[in-house]
Design a protein around this ligand. Structure first.
Ligand code: NDP
Length: 485
């Protein structure tokens, strides 16, 4: 292991590691074994103050740099992340339990993609000129100021970069609070940014539970809050941000539909359902957990899916052959076990999986439920674990209505070889991020986010710039000023 899992200190503020052991102890657990691999402390009010003060101070000069200068630092950081991908991936595996097979291609790499993309975009950010006869107006695209990013535990590196990269490209400073469950990798992102030339104070990382997030969100010196988390947390954070009329981005939970028509390529559809339910042990917000399968192929689909799940390699997450890891924590495992019990109790058929493995760590085998109906708890609530529900449908109008019958609206997918139908159905599904004959792709070039209770705003792509900057309009009169008296 190239990285020691114990960080130098808990927080990274003003360009350096900072410790304050007065803060509540947070034990970092390796999900594959349950062992404690690091200890950090939650931020105390003094630490939070230092993070806010240094962010506010440093942001002024950062905003005065040209976009090209800021962008160069971000792209340099992207290159360092790629060079260290192996070490960062190993650390991410320690932190989350996700197999190295995944972390080596989906975590630091996607973080680097964001740094590279927004690094490139930074120099292109401009306002516009508006001619008004002889007079004219122009707009200046200005940063918001000090942004707070709060992350979930499933993609710690990616979330830090998806929030940090656009914020920094637009000339803001950011304080990032990782989930207390996975506090390690955001510190590495901060370290790398500083190594790439980022001025001290522009990207600070503070640890802590909800209370630390809450203290950051309510501080009057914070201009924007971007949260990735559950709907209940989103509601609380949105409400406190609203009190200060702060800008928000909310990337929240989902219960997304994946619709498989009977003309779909069966192998592709099964592959899509696997990617939509079992990657990262099912701990992905955009997962298509309600798999609507048309009556004609349901039995064949379920049989082939169960067969392919048998090929999952469940074991040591550091082994590159392993394709399925543990849940992130004992608590998350218990939540998922509760849903599996509920599914059985409410009459769904557990085709395979859902068993706890007899070894240390938080291991559950991937589960498929068949015969799920729309009213069952497992079809209504976000489980955030490896549990796939198959719901049978007969026709297009019916499946669209049933797919939309949820408070969530993060993602949706359709598998069919009839492209007219694919586009027609996708157009009617209430979701922010959709897939045709694919699932769970999230390239930085395309916007990502939800509708309904799944979120506000968009991450990634040029759309993110709108959420990390604001326009100042300047009217310029060329002649004399006229007034009524
Ligand atoms: P939580 O909502 O429990 O927590 C999210 C973050 O918010 C954590 O850092 C948490 O800290 C913090 N937090 C909790 N309470 C408050 C508060 N009152 N004020 C400020 N911050 C607070 O989500 P999980 O970490 O359990 O992540 C799983 C959820 O995230 C799922 O619902 C999933 O769908 C969603 N998610 C959404 C994504 C998207 O892009 N749409 C992507 C990934 C996940 P702490 O954990 O330390 O208490």
């Amino acid at each position: 292991m190239a990285y020691d899992t114990q960080p130098e200190a808990s927080h990274f503020i003003d360009g350096a590691y900072v410790e304050d052991t007065e803060g509540e102890l947070i034990e970092v657990v390796y999900p594959a074994t349950g062992e404690v691999i690091a200890r950090v402390h939650a931020a105390t009010p003094a630490v939070i103050e230092k993070a806010i003060a240094s962010g506010r101070r440093a942001q002024k000069d950062w905003a005065l740099m040209t976009g090209r200068e800021r962008g160069r630092i971000l792209t340099r950081a992207a290159a360092i992340m790629r060079e260290r991908n192996h070490d960062l991936s190993v650390l991410e595996t320690w932190d989350t339990g996700k197999p190295y097979q995944e972390t080596s291609v989906a975590d630091a790499t996607s973080g680097a993609d964001a740094l590279e993309y927004f690094g490139g975009l930074a120099a292109t950010l401009t306002g516009e000129h508006i001619q008004l006869g002889e007079d004219w107006a122009y707009t200046r695209r200005e940063p918001l100021g000090l942004c707070v990013g709060i992350g979930a535990w499933n993609y710690p590196t990616q979330i830090a970069c998806w929030k940090g990269a656009p914020a920094l490209a637009c000339g803001n400073a950011m304080i990032f609070k990782p989930s207390e469950t996975t506090p390690l990798s955001a510190l590495k992102v901060a370290e790398i940014l500083v190594e790439a030339g980022l001025p001290a104070g522009i990207f600070n990382v503070v640890q802590g539970m909800g209370a630390v997030g809450g203290a950051l969100v309510t501080d009057a010196r914070v201009d924007k809050v971007s949260l990735t988390g559950s709907v209940p947390t989103g509601r609380k954070v949105y409400a406190s941000a609203a009190d200060g009329l702060k800008h928000v981005t909310m990337e929240l939970g989902g219960k997304s539909p994946l619709v498989i028509f009977d003309d779909a390529d069966l192998e592709d559809a099964v592959g899509g359902a696997i990617m939509a339910n079992f990657y990262s042990s099912g701990q992905v917000c955009s997962n298509g957990t309600r798999v609507f399968v048309q009556k004609g192929i349901r039995e064949r689909f379920v049989a082939r899916l169960a067969e392919r799940l048998g090929n999952a390699v469940i074991g040591d997450p550091m082994d590159p052959e392993t394709s399925f890891g543990p849940l992130v924590s004992a608590r998350q495992m218990e939540i998922v076990q509760g849903y599996i019990a509920k599914g059985v109790e409410e009459g769904a058929t557990l085709v395979t999986g859902g068993e706890r493995l007899d070894k240390p760590g938080f291991w559950l085998t991937p589960a498929i439920f068949d015969g799920v109906t729309d009213d069952m708890t497992i079809a209504r609530e976000e489980i955030f674990g490896p549990v796939l529900s198959v719901l049978e449908f007969e026709n297009e109008d019916e499946v669209i209505a049933r797919a939309n019958d949820t408070e969530f609206g993060l993602s949706a997918g359709v598998f069919t070889q009839d492209f007219a139908r694919a586009h027609r159905v996708i157009a009617q599904l209430e979701a922010g991020t959709c897939f045709i004959n694919s699932y769970n792709d999230a390239p930085v070039e395309a916007p990502f986010g939800g509708v309904k209770m799944s979120g506000v705003g968009r991450e990634n792509s040029k759309a993110a710039v709108e959420h990390y900057s604001q326009l100042k309009t300047v009217f310029v009169r060329m002649g004399h000023m006229e007034a009524p008296f």
